[in-house]
Design a protein around this ligand. Structure first.
Ligand code: MCA
Ligand code: AMP
Length: 504
């Protein structure tokens, strides 16, 4: 094939008037219609002077046109770089300059703040709003609705997704066509998706889960998605009778369980509920089964690896586990110090290898070498154990990471900013249990001797510099941080102290 990823996901639907995106207000976008829009954007990229391999950074609200940007990048051989819509200009600045993106597409409302960012990075700036309108669509209107697909090979890069590091700056995970296509094919088969499925799609499309897992699987099989701009549980409940499957982070399931109309009757016809991106409490799994009769299928993945393990479609779905390694994925649990493989039943760091594993971090050979072994195994930083049936259980994280509602927060990034604030001697940011989001960030601050800390002023700086989901929901002042004999901050003790901080 000339362009394996584009041809398999999109090209195969050329000219098909089959429903692809079902919008909540009733409008239906067909595969053929979607591909025409895609071709217009691919033509615009050519007019803007982009060449295959160039990066296109995209920070736009979820819409059919936003998805068409992904398709257009694939068709034109460009590298798609989606960005969380919550990121502030200071954060976007880093991604655009680090990736040397040639084009930044943003919401018109953010264009003023991002113009200097694009300028400094030498990138062009175009706009697209929630309804798809903006400078890019205006340009597209003058372009043909067909485009000759640019030839690419399986090893060519398809996307960069930035993941933060426990130390230092975010890293651009380079994903090849084969990484994405092989994983989507595996998931389609493993989860039994066909063109008879209708997926409720309420996840954001700037992360692996909503884009590569949900969209790629449905594109492969040619079934439609009910395309919701964001999670709205009333809407999920309203459209569930038209769907067969749902993919979500655990918050989707706890919120559904809180909804009075989410009943066994409503879900009888559903084929599959899939959860991932954050730990699903065994209690949620059990409550869900009691309410609906369905056992949620939990799986485990990462930006760098796509999906690694999954509970089975047929066979035991075990609460509190992420199931078995997917076909084609090798998984082992290793001693964190020596890297030696541990026997089943022992806790260690999970390492994975397979066609799903990324190509490395963009222009960061040392970081790549530190996490991706020469033999192809990727060190995930997740702590796990394999039971006697081969099921993998994630028991913790070797990396200092908070996962809040499925979004990753690296404490180091927030702490660095807090430590720079007037009157702050040092800080520690921890994840504290949160009924809705799984965990949420809380900051513990130590004032400098004799200094007064202005909590409100600090909150305002945080909100200005960081995406809202990263901002600690509470700031606590203490005299000193607990440290061990080596002087290392004991975050476990802080987590115990503040365990009930979000209990109400
Ligand atoms: C929104 N807010 C959050 C979060 N989301 N705060 C902490 N954690 C969050 N996840 C903040 C907003 O900034 C806002 O703050 C306030 O909460 C309400 O925002 P709203 O938009 O109303 O929130 P929501 O619609 O209720 O969103 C919660 C959500 C959403 C549905 C859980 O965050 C979501 O869709 N998460 C999915 C994330 C995801 O796709 N993860 C996959 C990546 P303020 O009031 O101060 O303005 S991981 C991945 O891809 C790997 C590979 C994998 O395995 O899947
Ligand atoms: P990301 O960097 O956004 O790709 O997040 C990947 C991380 O999410 C993994 O390294 C895990 O720590 C976590 N994760 C994903 N799925 C699960 C799951 N089902 N259970 C527990 N943790 C998960």
């Amino acid at each position: 094939m000339a362009n394996p990823l584009f041809d398999s996901l999109f090209g195969q639907h050329s000219g098909r008037d089959t429903p692809f995106l079902l919008l909540p207000e009733g409008h239906i976008i067909t595969h053929a219609g979607f591909l025409k829009v895609t071709a217009r954007y691919a033509n615009v990229f050519g007019v803007l002077g982009l060449s295959p391999g160039d990066r296109v950074a995209v920070q736009v609200e979820k819409s059919p046109d936003a998805l068409a940007l992904y398709a257009a990048c694939m068709q034109a051989g460009l590298v798609f770089l989606p960005l969380n819509t919550g990121y502030m200009p200071a954060e976007v600045d880093y991604f655009v300059s680090n990736s040397s993106a040639r084009l930044l597409i943003c919401d018109p409302a953010k264009a003023e703040g991002l113009t200097p960012v694009a300028k400094a990075a030498g990138a062009q700036l175009e706009t697209m709003d929630l309804s798809g309108k903006g400078s890019l669509r205006d340009r597209g209107a003058k372009q043909p609705d067909s485009f000759e697909t640019v030839a690419r090979s399986s090893n060519d890069l398809a996307a960069f997704l930035y993941t933060s590091g426990t130390t230092g700056r975010s890293k651009g995970a380079m994903l090849s066509q084969d990484n994405l296509l092989s994983n989507a094919e595996t998931l389609r088969t493993h989860w039994g998706f066909t063109d008879q499925d209708v997926l409720l799609h309420a996840l954001p499309i700037f992360h692996t889960h909503g884009l590569f897992v949900a969209c790629n699987v449905m594109l492969l099989v040619g079934g439609p998605m009910i395309w919701m701009p964001k999670l709205d549980v009333d809407q999920l409940v309203r459209f569930m009778p038209q769907a067969t499957a749902l993919m979500g982070v655990p918050t989707f399931y706890t919120r559904l369980l809180d909804h009075p109309e989410f009943t066994r009757d409503l879900t009888q016809h559903m084929r599959l509920f899939i959860s991932g991106s954050a730990p699903l409490l065994a209690e949620t799994h059990r409550n869900f089964q009691e309410r609906t009769g369905h056992r949620i299928l939990e799986r485990y993945g990462m930006t760098e690896t796509n999906m690694n393990t999954s509970n089975p479609l047929k066979g035991a779905r075990r609460a509190g586990t992420v199931g078995l390694p997917l076909p084609g994925v090798e998984l082992k649990v290793c001693d964190p110090d020596t890297g030696a493989t541990l026997p089943d039943g022992e806790i260690g760091v999970i390492e994975v290898r397979g066609r799903n594993v990324f190509q490395g971090y963009w222009q960061m050979p040392e970081k790549t070498a530190a996490e991706l072994r020469d033999d192809g195994f990727f060190i995930t930083g997740d702590l796990g154990v394999i039971d006697d049936q081969g099921y993998v259980q994630i028991v913790g994280r070797g990396k200092d990471l908070i996962i809040s509602g499925g979004y990753n927060i690296y404490p180091k990034e927030v702490e660095s900013l807090l430590d720079d604030q007037p009157g702050v001697l040092e800080s520690a940011v921890i994840g504290v249990p949160h009924a809705d989001l799984g965990e949420a960030p809380l900051a513990v601050l130590v004032p400098a001797p004799g200094a007064k800390v202005d909590v409100e002023a600090i909150n305002s700086v945080l909100r200005d510099q960081l995406a809202r989901f990263k901002c600690p929901r509470k700031l606590e002042l203490v005299d000193a941080l607990p440290r061990n004999t080596m002087g290392k901050v004991q975050k476990n003790m802080l987590r115990d102290t503040y365990a009930a901080a979000f209990a109400d």
